[in-house]
Design a protein around this ligand. Structure first.
Ligand code: ATP
Ligand code: MG
Length: 292
């Protein structure tokens, strides 16, 4: 599977700059990729139906990216075939004062998917080691000295550990996690911001704060690199998805989601013998109705 090239499971060293943002050296055939994406979307929908019926396992898809990498469009396309009853999407914004008054996973936990369902996190608790690290929010938290009175490195090393344990906990309780970093290049981000300014239909997507965050590009790349390095495991790996070409990005996302659903191997529940025998009786009853 091509997707394995973009998977990092914590074994060996990690360097974000080793990962392509574009198509890589062996340029894929766009027509074939689009056709395969369509097939994947259909297969995802079929497996989601079984996942829902089976109700033993759940799938949590985490999307993280710099602005304008295409999180929203990816959700729309890859999940387009899915029964809306089987999937929930949550966007995590700046925490409210109530959320800040709790631990950083508090607002997350009630949004994790119940068995049989898929949840998509558009941003996630990873913001608490990304923007929080870049902006050194650890220095602003209202917490006792024993929690914050340490170097920024130490503070976030602890958070990586908390996240790893939390994900292990979710995994051990029947939740599969698909972590996707949509890896867009600085040049492509600039192009997309300019499009948002030049195209009146896209003006609403432009935000001046996005440009401010862009000014901290290198700091964000470093924060992503550290977060991916420290929170990838065999059970909960990260996928570093090249995001400069949307069609290729969506294809790879569909591959990663499909892989996770397949590994759940959901089955439609089968009925016990006596239930099947009863079905025969009901069938007869219904058929006899017509002859009355
Ligand atoms: P879009 O711009 O496509 O609508 P978005 O995910 O960028 O989607 P915004 O409302 O623009 O949504 O931004 C959300 C902001 O909230 C981001 O800048 C993000 O870094 C910030 N945020 C999310 N979680 C946290 C957190 N735990 N602590 C601080 N900031 C956070
Ligand atoms: Mg934004």
């Amino acid at each position: 599977m091509r997707i394995n090239k973009y998977r990092y499971d914590g074994s060996g060293p990690f360097k974000l700059s080793d990962y392509d943002t574009g198509l890589g050296e062996k340029k894929p055939d766009k027509k074939k990729i689009l056709a395969q994406t369509e097939k994947n979307v259909v297969q995802i929908a079929a497996l989601q139906d079984k996942l829902y019926a089976d109700s033993k396992e759940s799938v949590l898809i985490i999307l993280q990216a710099m602005d304008a990498a295409g999180k929203d469009g990816t959700i729309k396309h890859v999940m387009s075939g899915i029964n809306p009853q089987g999937v929930d999407v949550y966007s995590f914004k700046q925490p409210s004062s109530d959320e800040l008054a709790h631990d950083f996973l508090w607002r997350i936990h009630s949004k994790t998917p119940p068995k049989g369902k898929i949840a998509i996190f558009n941003r996630s608790y990873y913001e608490d080691v990304l923007v929080a690290r870049v902006r050194e929010l650890n220095k602003t938290y209202q917490m006792p000295q024993r929690c914050t009175g340490m170097s920024t490195e130490k503070f976030f090393d602890k958070r990586y550990k908390h996240i790893k344990h939390y994900e292990e906990f979710l995994y051990d309780n029947g939740c599969r996690i698909v972590k996707l970093f949509l890896n867009v290049s600085r040049d492509t981000q600039k192009k997309r911001f300019l499009e948002r300014i030049d195209n009146p239909a896209k003006n609403w997507k432009f935000s001046s704060s996005d440009v401010k965050e862009r000014g901290l590009w290198d700091e964000y790349q470093k924060a992503y690199s550290l977060a991916i390095e420290h929170t990838s495991t065999k059970e909960c790996p990260w996928y570093i998805i090249p995001a400069d070409k949307k069609w290729f990005m969506r294809y790879l996302v569909s591959e990663a989601v499909l892989k996770a659903l397949k590994s759940c191997s959901p089955q439609y529940p089968t009925l016990a013998d006596e239930e099947i025998a009863k079905l025969g009786e009901y069938k007869q009853m219904l058929e006899n109705e017509d002859t009355k």
